[in-house]
Design a protein around this ligand. Structure first.
Ligand code: 3HC
Length: 303
């Protein structure tokens, strides 16, 4: 009912300023969609060259957005670009970037120790009201934030690649996340134009829990000689309606990332049959082929 809706929305706070830590593919995409939806964005990384690369990713993607949104309106497109860029600030200084932020989204490397240290630091610097979230794809939020004092103001915001295109946002609450924090995160997702789903703090949340074992099984089909990569991809596109087949998608997501996820799960849950590793995946990653981003994976790509 509308009364219930009003009651829940009044429980959450409105996010105005977002600090995004880590300017990789995911961080850049998140910065872009946040700025496009009128948020003030501060994008933080450790080196200027990383930030320059992030801004490049954002500009390339914004051009695609503008081409669609402002097809015959060049002036409108330019104004949009200027407005969005005007809302994105970059920073090499973590402390400064947290001074007056409402929400932190961490999107750095998938390394538990590094994330834990970072969150402890953020917790000490950020204003009291600031909500701290991670975009991790496979690590438990509860462990990432174990040294954070504001346990009621933590959560997970899991985006999908390419962030400007994929309509989903997974909102993860730990057992300590307050209702206010959770409602604020749901409202933030809605403000970004995403559809939100929520999931407990479980391995892979919803999408990766289903997608990763499926993609790994596709590699096992190749290993067993059941079918070729091309036929597996064609089959899932035309037979199941997926926009990309599993092998294509592995190359797109990154084989290094995928290997990291399955290795981590296998180690954590050795008895769970759905978490398998793959010799073929290990071999390809060992050769430095990480998929589309390196020009080769299961397939070859021209740059
Ligand atoms: N920025 C802005 N717009 C973009 C874009 C980007 N980076 N990439 C694509 N687009 C737009 C294009 O402009 C185009 O717009 P239009 O159709 O309105 O003209 C539209 O998206 C489609 O793009 P393309 O025509 O270039 O190509 P496709 O039709 O093949 O779509 C795709 C590309 C959207 C990537 C589609 O293939 C797809 O949905 N693939 C599956 C992606 C997926 O499953 N992602 C999730 C991976 S799991 C994950 O991320 C979780 C992590 O934790 C591992």
């Amino acid at each position: 009912s509308s009364i219930a809706k009003n009651a829940t929305s009044s429980l959450g706070r409105t996010i105005k300023t977002v600090t995004i830590i880590g300017g990789g593919l995911m961080g850049s995409g998140i910065a872009q969609v946040a700025a496009e939806s009128n948020h003030k964005v501060i994008l933080v990384d450790q080196k200027q060259e990383f930030l320059d690369k992030s801004l490049n990713i954002i500009q390339t993607s914004l051009k695609r957005v503008i081409k669609k949104k402002f097809d015959k309106d060049q002036q409108g497109g330019e104004k949009y670009l200027n407005d969005v860029n005007g809302r994105i600030q970059t920073s090499l200084n973590l402390e400064e970037s947290l001074q007056s932020t409402d929400l932190v989204i961490e999107a750095i490397v998938e390394n538990l120790g590094i994330k834990q240290k970072l969150f402890k630091q953020i917790d000490q610097i950020a204003p009291k009201h600031t909500i701290l979230t991670s975009n991790t794809s496979s690590l438990p939020i509860t462990e990432i934030v174990q040294d954070v004092k504001r346990q009621d103001k933590v959560g997970g915001l899991h985006f999908f690649n390419p962030v400007p295109v994929m309509k989903l946002l997974e909102v993860i609450r730990t057992s300590s996340t307050s209702d206010e924090t959770f409602q604020t995160l749901l409202a933030f997702g809605k403000a970004l134009g995403k559809t939100t789903v929520s999931c407990k703090d479980t391995p892979g949340f919803i999408v990766n829990r289903l997608l990763v074992p499926y993609m790994i099984e596709a590699i096992h089909m190749i290993e067993r000689g059941d079918a070729t990569p091309e036929d597996i991809d064609t089959a899932m596109k035309l037979g199941a309606g997926y926009p990309m087949g599993p092998i294509e998608l592995l190359d797109y997501v990154g084989l290094d990332t995928s290997k990291y996820i399955v290795d981590g799960w296998k180690k954590r849950f050795p008895d769970d049959a759905s978490f398998k590793t793959s010799e073929l995946l290990n071999k390809i990653v060992g050769e430095g082929k990480f998929g589309k981003k390196t020009g080769a994976g299961f397939y070859k790509y021209s740059k």
